[in-house]
Design a protein around this ligand. Structure first.
Ligand code: DNO
Length: 358
């Protein structure tokens, strides 16, 4: 595996490349052109400039999170082929710049959903949290306003204010889209982009829906083992793979994470590793990465990745806000650095135990 940290770009991130480089074992970043709208073309010059900036800091771009997919593609509207063409050209430009992994999602309207961005834990740290009760009590049009005050002045991925201003229209766009239709549109998109992915060896890594169930009655499909395997079979190409995000699949306690990892052998192209602490199956908060701080056995998760021979980029995921840091919720420096160190430690122990036959 290649340990990385997500970095939003110098204009948007409170964390610098110099800081990232000093985290032991982190040699690469997962980044993006954060200002790009879904459906917009990424030019080779823009990608090249980003790459030069990262490399000048002694790091490497290990993949993109995200090249976002437009609502036209997700809903299968008349404009989708135009947007797919732009997506293909973007992939081609990434390939020419030697970038070979792209994370994206196929969630309607809202990307990942949390109902609190700064829930206080007993140790005084603050974390992102979710309760189904809060979602059920909320008018979806007010979802953004309900959390906007806790974003620490940052723009959170999937929660861009311009996009959220159109939330009513977005709901309208998806009114006739059910799970089956959304799945068909995903397959259509994947079939269209596979030739360019094959040509440039670009591994597509779909991010799961988070939480792994329907919110506000919207369709959600990338939620469990059965659905992902269906997607893998529908477009049976190694470049059609997944981002294994423990914190997203893990929102549904019925998902057996190590088992899912084992059944996706060869098709996990990117891993997000983090822990959750459950008060009840529909009330959870994001914990520190350490197993004992949350509800998951992180050793078993990392061990499963090791056992399937996972060699792609991995990153610590949302961190707690600690030590007075003010940053994008989930994406500060300190707790993610602790997460990287912990995952590196687990990996080293598992690797040495395995190679020494312990
Ligand atoms: C949240 C992230 C997601 C993810 C996208 C991928 O913190 O994991 O926003 O990047 O869903 O497109």
């Amino acid at each position: 595996m290649k340990m990385t940290l997500r970095w939003y770009g110098s204009k948007y991130d409170t964390v610098t490349l110099e800081q990232i480089r000093q985290i032991p074992g982190v040699k690469g970043v997962i980044t993006t052109l954060y200002y790009k709208q879904p459906g917009e073309l990424w030019t080779q010059e823009e990608i090249h400039a980003l790459k030069e900036e990262v490399e000048a800091a002694g790091l490497k771009i290990e993949g993109i999170e995200s090249v976002n997919v437009s609502d036209a593609i997700k809903t299968g509207s008349a404009d989708r082929d135009k947007d797919i063409d732009a997506y293909i050209k973007t992939l081609e430009n990434l390939g020419k710049e030697d970038i070979h992994m792209v994370c994206y999602n196929f969630m309607p309207v809202f990307d990942w959903t949390r109902t609190e961005l700064a829930r206080k834990r007993p140790d005084g740290s603050t974390v992102l949290a979710y309760t189904q009760e809060a979602v059920d009590a909320l008018n979806p049009e007010k979802m953004f306003d309900s959390i906007a005050g806790d974003m620490n002045g940052t723009v959170m991925p999937g929660w861009e204010p311009e996009r959220m201003a159109k939330v009513k229209e977005l709901f309208e766009l998806y009114k006739d889209i059910d799970n089956e239709k959304l799945f068909e549109n995903l397959v259509y998109f994947l079939k269209a982009i596979m030739p360019v992915c094959n040509k440039y060896d670009i591994k597509m890594a779909i991010h799961p829906d988070d939480p792994a169930w329907s919110v506000f009655g919207l369709p959600r499909i990338i939620i469990n083992k059965e659905n992902i395997l269906r997607m893998m079979h529908a477009v049976d190409d190694v470049h059609n793979g997944v981002t294994f995000c423990s914190g997203s699949y893990g929102t549904n306690l019925e998902n057996d994470l190590p088992d899912m990892i084992r059944s996706l052998k060869g098709r996990i192209h990117f891993a997000h590793v983090r822990n959750l602490y459950f008060h009840s199956p529909t009330n959870f908060e994001e914990a520190a990465h350490l197993s004992s701080d949350g509800s998951f056995d992180m050793y078993e998760i990392v061990k499963a990745l090791y056992d399937i021979g996972f060699d792609g980029p991995i990153r610590p995921d949302h961190g707690r806000m600690i030590w007075g840091e003010v940053a994008m919720p989930g994406y500060g420096l300190y707790d993610r650095a602790l997460g990287a160190a912990y995952i590196n430690g687990l990996w080293e122990a598992i690797e040495k135990a395995s190679t020494r036959g312990i």
